[in-house]
Design a protein around this ligand. Structure first.
Ligand SMILES: [Zn+2]
Length: 386
């Protein structure tokens, strides 16, 4: 196969994101990406004013006679879930309902963290998980369809809590950080975007919904996907459902939050290091999220979660760009050990995995050398300056 070299990859001059980032980036003055520029806005925001706006929203939606929950918090049990729940219960004094989508691949430490929340925050918690047989089929189907075995998780996390908000008449859903804004600067910090069906379908769910997953041959029926059906516009309107992101109302510093949650509420980081990133406090709700799921991001876009974590840590002032580049060099390419477990989980061979994975390589990133090996530009040997 003749695969030609694409134009040289452009990288942000402040963080380490490539132009091929999964979350779209725009480069501005001095080659700084939109994610870095939006992050800078945090320094100029009047956070006291934002806290007042949040209080007003809550006053409007919370239970007036204490006959229902004040709000709903979708949680995985990770450090961000802890901070959201801490802020809502201890700072704002509300009674939330916690809702979790369980995709069946929690790490043990992730389950311990998730279960501890009921104790340390004095909250009620609803945990839902689809059939394991269906989850295995969706893992396999979505890997082949879009190179992302965790579509079910993106869909479940963004859909199931909205269903519950409607069923239990809890109009206010409080999400954590707006990930696409944090990573890529999708919105300005002054926009205060809220939850929408359009965002869920087009971004979180990669452009697919449950109708694309019904599969006679694989035995996935509509009834197996009830949890994946986003509520209708009529239901959302009638129940006045509103979803806000708390990261627009209180300053979000994941490292500082993580430290506080460990010290004050017993949050545990992974006792084992991960193969593909240096952070041990993220993505403990899915053993493949930091592993083979993330390796597919590298195959597709030419970078992985170490790059994501480095970008966050450079912007937060925890790493220099030079230190970050060394971490990217160490982690981004690693084929992780959890692949074996995932192959067994979905009944696939490694050869089949590699063959399918290769079909998702972005030609803006990858080309083949004379030996037929896939190669790409790397941030550490870039010679052209932008
Ligand atoms: Zn940047």
């Amino acid at each position: 196969m003749d695969v030609k070299r694409p134009p040289q990859m452009r990288y942000c001059t402040k963080c380490v994101y490539p132009a091929s980032s999964a979350v779209p980036l725009a480069f501005g003055e001095n080659g700084v990406c939109s994610g870095c520029r939006v992050h800078e806005q945090n320094k100029h925001i009047n956070w006291n004013e934002r806290a007042k706006i949040l209080k007003k929203i809550i006053e409007k939606y919370k239970s007036k006679d204490n006959s229902n929950y004040d709000c709903l918090i979708p949680v995985s049990g990770g450090k961000d879930s802890y901070f959201q729940t801490y802020y809502i219960t201890k700072i704002l004094g509300l009674k939330p309902l916690l809702v979790t989508y369980d995709g069946n691949n929690y790490l043990e430490v992730g389950i311990r963290n998730r279960n501890r929340m009921r104790e340390v925050f004095n909250v009620d918690h609803l945990i839902f998980g689809p059939s394991i047989d269906v989850l295995k089929k969706l893992n396999k189907k979505c890997f082949m369809k879009m190179g992302d075995m965790n579509w079910h998780a993106h869909c479940g996390i963004y859909t199931y809590p909205v269903q519950i908000a409607i069923k239990m008449n809890i109009p206010l859903i409080i999400w954590g950080e707006h990930g696409y804004t944090d990573l890529g600067g999708m919105y300005s910090m002054y926009d205060l975007p809220e939850m929408t069906k359009k965002f869920t379908r087009e971004h979180a769910c990669r452009g697919y919904d449950w109708t694309n997953m019904v599969d006679k041959e694989m035995g996935i029926r509509e009834q197996d996907l009830l949890w994946a059906k986003y509520p209708s516009d009529e239901d959302l309107e009638q129940k006045d459902i509103r979803g806000i992101f708390i990261g627009f109302y209180t300053y979000w510093d994941a490292n500082a939050h993580g430290k506080k949650m460990i010290e004050e509420f017993g949050f545990e980081t992974s006792p084992e290091p991960f193969d593909r990133t240096y952070r041990r406090m993220s993505n403990l709700d899915d053993m493949h999220e930091n592993g083979i799921h993330d390796y597919m991001k590298y195959i597709k876009f030419g970078y992985g979660r170490a790059t994501d974590h480095v970008c966050k840590d450079i912007r937060g002032g925890y790493l220099t760009r030079e230190e970050g580049i060394k971490l990217v060099q160490k982690y981004d390419h690693v084929k992780p050990r959890d692949l074996k477990r995932w192959l067994k989980y979905v009944d696939m061979t490694e050869e089949e995995f590699d063959r399918i994975a290769d079909t998702f390589r972005d030609r803006r990133v990858w080309w083949k050398n004379e030996k037929g090996e896939w190669i790409k530009d790397n941030i550490w040997n870039k010679n052209k300056q932008f």
